[in-house]
Design a protein around this ligand. Structure first.
Ligand SMILES: Cc1cc2nc3c(=O)[nH]c(=O)nc-3n(C[C@H](O)[C@H](O)[C@H](O)COP(=O)(O)OP(=O)(O)OC[C@H]3O[C@@H](n4cnc5c(N)ncnc54)[C@H](O)[C@@H]3O)c2cc1C
Length: 455
């Protein structure tokens, strides 16, 4: 075990707070009395994975933040599943399982997240409309409870309530020690991808509705600087895993070693860089990005290029400069298309610099009490922190989202209020009741939990 006092932030690099960061093996963490010793300041403990959530859920100012430093991977090929230590990253896991012909059931836009973080946020990927969220694939997990005992949880049966309070529970029911979940069989490390330029919002919605059942993965990058007749213009990218036969016919050279996997990092952004992301650079970038994509393109891409292109640039979050950036993600129901269009109009009219704007379709949610995904449309917006008028814009957007029955993603949040979360998550009180039964003395605590009144 090692411990240091450190200012921690999320990936957005806003709202730092100083905590005692403890790197500890799962074995040490579960020894009798260790939790009492770690909670010496009386401000509680929170687990942290790779700090890839954007806001403050893996921070605990004045208290303790725990990172599990080890873990094993045990693939069960007969069952198509894997048992993994919760501190293991998807990066490490993919390097092990892709050469064996398996892929994770859900991956976010980065592979630098831990299994614990994936379950605690019940993450979604480009395949939510087909496969649901990460928690839907978890067969069993081991939870370290506030009293130092361990509980094995599964989605059905005796402790199912605690399982579903933990899936999406942002680390506030206990520390996940390991999990068993199902895998997707693959024949190659490639996808067959169709990219398409879409001229406006209405065409985009129609195309996504019409084509989603044809593709396991689907995502649209939206140009939120475009207005008028180009409002909502986008690049729609849809894919399936490439079979060996497909690879043979489309790109025979790649069939040499079809499951070899070693994702590259092309560059690291240094720790101090000027903020290069502003209205002008974003507008120019968006124009270029939209124009550079052929109107229709059908080709193969590696898993890295399709799922994790941002990972090729290490610490790209530093490009936003010292103030960091806010990522704002929400979901609105399937039938709230007019509401979604009004939101896109509002953001475009505001004219701020928004860079990574992504629209996806969600299928039905998992059983997680605080799980974010639910049937509908989810839009993600990135904005440099401190832009004029941003707070007012978000307040207006919050109201528009709640008015159509939507909600916000806690793993991206750094600035919501308790009222907004209460309104968006109808099962919040049930979740709080379960949490209190397993943690009556509020051992688990985070900056987010205090800000959003979750304890
Ligand atoms: C570039 C980028 C792209 C992303 N794309 C997506 C996306 O497409 N879909 C999506 O859903 N998310 C996405 N995310 C968000 C990310 O998947 C989640 O925030 C995820 O939770 C981060 O995992 P982490 O291991 O870094 O956890 P952290 O950020 O360190 O922690 C997140 C939460 O998990 C809890 N936690 C961590 N480990 C444990 C544990 N062992 N036991 C209990 N609780 C634990 C923490 O307490 C905290 O509440 C993206 C993030 C980035 C930076």
């Amino acid at each position: 075990m090692n411990s240091e006092q450190l200012a921690l932030t999320g990936w957005g690099r806003t709202t730092p707070s100083v905590a005692s960061l403890v790197n500890i093996s799962a074995d040490e963490l579960t020894q009798p009395g260790v939790l009492d010793r770690l909670d010496h300041a009386g401000r509680g403990i929170i687990a942290r994975g790779m700090g890839r959530s954007y806001g403050d859920p893996a921070q605990n100012g004045g208290g303790t933040v725990v990172r599990i430093s080890d873990g094993e991977i045990a693939v069960n090929s007969a069952q198509g599943s894997v048992r993994v230590g919760a501190g293991i990253s998807l990066d490490t896991l993919l390097r092990e399982i892709i050469p064996l012909g398996w892929f994770v059931p859900v991956t976010p836009g980065t592979r630098f997240v831990t299994v614990g973080g994936a379950i605690a946020a019940d993450i979604h990927g480009k395949n939510h409309h087909v496969d649901g969220s990460f928690g839907s694939h978890v067969q069993q997990l081991t939870l370290l409870l506030a009293d130092g005992t361990q509980q094995t949880l599964s989605p059905v049966g005796k402790h199912a309530d605690l399982f579903w309070a933990t899936v999406g529970g942002m680390g506030l029911t206990g520390i996940i020690l390991d999990a068993t979940f199902s895998l997707i069989p693959i024949e190659t490390r490639h996808c067959v991808v169709t990219n398409e330029r879409v001229p406006d919002f209405d065409t985009l919605i129609d195309k996504m509705i019409a084509s989603d059942h044809l593709y396991r993965y689907s995502v649209a990058w939206i140009d939120l600087c475009a207005t008028g007749s180009s409002l909502g213009r986008a690049l729609l990218s849809s894919a399936n895993h490439a079979t060996l036969d497909e690879l043979r016919s489309m790109n025979p050279k790649q069939t040499m070693d079809p499951l070899a996997y070693s994702p590259p990092t092309l560059a690291d952004i240094p720790s101090i860089v000027p903020n290069v992301i502003n209205k002008l650079t974003i507008k120019a970038f968006n124009e270029l990005w939209y124009r550079k994509t052929p109107k229709l393109q059908h080709h193969t891409e590696t898993l890295t290029a399709f799922f994790h292109p941002l990972d090729m640039v290490g610490w790209w979050n530093r490009l936003y400069g010292r103030n960091g950036f806010i990522q704002y993600q929400f979901v609105v129901p399937d039938n709230a298309i007019d509401g979604l269009r009004a939101i896109v109009e509002k953001v475009a009219a505001h004219g701020h610099a928004s860079f990574v704007n992504v629209l996806k379709r969600f299928g039905p949610g998992s059983g997680g009490y605080l799980s974010f995904p639910t049937s509908g449309w989810t839009l993600t917006i990135d904005v440099p922190s401190g832009v004029d008028g941003l707070d007012a814009l978000f307040t207006e957007l919050d109201e528009m989202i709640l008015a159509v029955g939507g909600r916000h993603y806690l793993a991206k949040d750094a600035q919501l209020t308790p009222g907004v979360v209460n309104a968006g998550y109808p099962r919040l009180d049930e979740w709080k009741a379960i949490r209190r039964t397993v943690d009556p003395r509020r051992r688990w605590a985070s900056d987010m939990a205090r800000r959003l009144d979750l304890l």
